[in-house]
Design a protein around this ligand. Structure first.
Ligand code: MIC
Length: 658
């Protein structure tokens, strides 16, 4: 008799269903069939150029959607030209286009396109938000999304599955944001590396699909490959409200399913939490920092995108006034939510209390507007607070729930919403949310029929530069260390966003001028002198390149001559982006060897091509200090071939150098 099949958890089912190659053993390279893709403005223009270079005729995924999340300010022609390029390129390649103002990619995708049981890749690290619907949704660099659109599988190392059993019910004045902040408090920004987090257990019945979105979204901050939830009644209810119950399919873990790692969260023990400046894992109870003055409060972003998140804030501020020292900025995440809020009367409550209502999007989340004053506390319901990410170099950004945000906006001080409620004598409001969402697809542009599409020429404004040409890897690297950085350096520090830099996301030479300027203003100029010559090297600590998926953080330093990064460890997406663009990602075998290299030392890596290709041990020679340092890499044979060629598609993506 054949053995009974092993019970599977949700993540394993999703992977098994989409497995193209490899064994589902943690650490092994696997490849997965991808059903859906999403791209957003700030990373999407490169994806479109990559599709062009890959000579795609038409998207081969079930659904691919291009959104406009951030670049919504039109202070000059640049952003409008990006939108026009994205719209016409979407039409050309058979993608849906969600117009500027329609909404942030993650909640909008969940509302209109997400389907339980499907795979999704997105050129945005918060793509895992769709795990809330029982999807396997992974944030990757733009090039992987482009390849998925052409029908290629996604390659990754099989992660461990980390089961988090959820029990209990959240107390009043606590919400999903406090749950994920609790995970960050426990596990830090590295806790999820190499893992998929699967939430299960009876407590899930007390979390709506949008609550789960908040938790899955910020699994990115834990460094996790993705987060998944089952597709259960809460998902069915979400799809029903969105008028899409026909897209529901149940997806539950088998009875007796196990996990590689186990953990437990009792929702009833959660209290209001807040991440202090300037890291998402700098988490403390709100009560410990209560009383700190606040000058800005921002509500919105894909890390608190649900109707509930805005409605609770509206219910709290209704009939009251925002403190005179606070700018209360509300950035609704989708047009649908803005319509629902308006129909409910909540928009008026927010406005009357003194809120500044912005258009649907998540602009301030990467500093596209609403940059705070230097050193003044800004409380945000956002996912990240890396230094300078708000657009202000010496910023002081805190991350919290809508409840904590609204209470603090009313008092002008960081305030535990439970204390505020006690003071004003308010019970936790029971929200009366509409039974059907205000679904309206007028700003979603469907792809034209293939014959029509092939005739469309993407409109390239003058800010859309061609991608640069990168040479193959030489067998001997001999180059100076241009920069030595510490642990957890984020891609925001490598390639900043913000209203100055972001409009140049389609213009690599120009954007390169901003590279690492948050860390060292002299880097771009010094680095550029090595480009086209010997190049240079960067030394990093642990978790190098955490945060955003932006491949610009690999392409712009590469453009300035970066050939290798030697770090103690790498964040997953940036590591992949480095390899994709021909930068050798090396790790110290002995982490303490980090101390053996200083800025300006000259590093020699002889026989690097050969060692990478033959799997020989790798040693870097610090010529300045006269020491040999053992290093290793974790690239697959496929990735090594890409690095050696100077990048995954050097002959395609980078043909038309300016
Ligand atoms: C972010 O939160 O940093 C973003 C904006 O969502 C990015 C994408 C980008 O930098 O454009 C991400 O997380 O990938």
């Amino acid at each position: 008799m054949a053995d009974a099949p092993q019970p599977r958890n949700v993540a394993q089912k999703l992977i098994a269903e989409h497995l193209v190659s490899g064994e589902m053993t943690p650490g092994e390279e696997i490849s997965l069939r991808i059903d859906q893709t999403l791209t957003q403005d700030a990373t999407g223009t490169l994806v479109m150029q990559e599709l062009e270079a890959l000579k795609l005729d038409r998207a081969r995924t079930e659904v691919s959607v291009q959104y406009v999340d951030h670049n919504l300010l039109q202070a000059d022609e640049k952003n409008a030209e990006d939108h026009e390029f994205l719209r016409t390129a979407s039409q050309r390649y058979g993608l849906w286009f969600s117009k500027a103002g329609n909404g942030v990619s993650h909640p909008t995708h969940m509302q209109r396109f997400g389907i339980p049981g499907k795979t999704l890749v997105g050129s945005d690290s918060h793509t895992p938000a769709a795990g809330s619907l029982g999807m396997l949704a992974i944030g990757v660099g733009g090039l992987e999304v482009a390849l998925a659109i052409t029908g290629e599988p996604l390659y990754l190392r099989m992660p461990e599955i980390w089961g988090v059993e959820v029990t209990g019910e959240l107390p009043p004045w606590c919400s999903a944001k406090d749950v994920i902040l609790e995970m960050l408090r426990r596990h830090s920004v590295k806790g999820g590396l190499g893992r998929i987090i699967e939430y299960h257990g009876p407590g899930l019945a007390n979390l709506t699909a949008m609550d789960r979105h908040v938790i899955a979204n910020m699994g990115a901050e834990l460094g996790a490959t993705t987060s998944v939830f089952p597709a259960d009644d809460a998902v069915l209810e979400f799809l029903r409200v969105e008028d899409r119950e026909g897209d529901f399919q149940e997806l539950l873990a088998d009875e007796g399913a196990t996990y590689d790692v186990e953990e437990h969260i009792d929702l009833s023990e959660i209290e209001p939490l807040i991440a202090k400046p300037s890291a998402p894992d700098n988490v403390v109870p709100v009560r410990e920092v209560a009383g700190e003055p606040v000058s800005q409060v921002v509500l919105g972003s894909s890390a608190n995108p649900g109707l509930r998140d805005f409605a609770i804030a509206a219910a709290m501020v209704a009939g009251r006034q925002i403190d005179s020292s606070v700018s209360f900025d509300v950035n609704p995440t989708s047009r649908e939510i803005l319509t629902d809020l308006t129909n409910m009367g909540a928009t008026a409550e927010l406005v009357i209390a003194g809120a500044r209502i912005h258009q649907s999007g998540c602009m301030g989340c990467i500093g596209m507007g609403q940059a705070p004053a230097v050193g003044r506390n800004s409380l945000r319901t956002f996912p990240r607070n890396f230094p300078g990410r708000s657009g202000t170099k010496e910023d002081s950004v805190w991350l919290c729930s809508p409840e904590t945000a609204a209470a603090s906006a009313l008092t002008g001080k960081i305030t535990d919403p439970r204390e505020w409620a006690k003071d004003v004598g308010l019970d936790y409001p029971a929200l009366d949310l509409p039974a059907r969402a205000a679904v309206n697809t007028a700003m979603l542009v469907a792809p034209p029929e293939k014959e029509e599409a092939l005739k469309i020429e993407p409109v390239r404004g003058k800010n859309i530069s061609a991608l640069p040409d990168f040479p193959a890897l030489p067998d001997k690297l001999e180059a100076p260390v241009m920069l030595k950085v510490g642990d957890n350096v984020s891609t925001d520090e490598i390639s900043p966003a913000g209203a100055q830099a972001l409009p140049f996301r389609s213009n690599v030479p120009k954007l390169a001028e901003f590279t690492f300027t948050r860390v060292d203003e002299t880097y771009p100029e010094r680095a550029a002198k090595t480009a086209g010559k010997e190049g240079h090297i960067i030394v990093g600590g642990d978790n190098y390149g955490q945060g955003s998926s932006r491949e610009h953080a690999a392409i712009t330093p590469r453009y300035l001559g970066l050939r290798a990064v030697i770090a103690q460890s790498f964040a997953r997406i940036h590591w992949q982006n480095l390899a994709n663009f021909g930068i050798v990602p090396l790790e110290f075998v002995n982490p303490e060897d980090y101390e053996q290299i200083d800025a300006d030392d000259v590093i020699v890596i002889d026989g690097v091509r050969d060692a990478l290709q033959s799997g020989k041990e790798l040693t870097v020679h610090n010529a300045t200090k006269g020491v040999d340092i053992p290093v290793r890499h974790r690239m697959s044979t496929r990735q090594v071939e890409g690095v050696v060629a100077g990048g995954l598609i050097p002959s395609l993506a980078f043909k038309d150098a300016p």
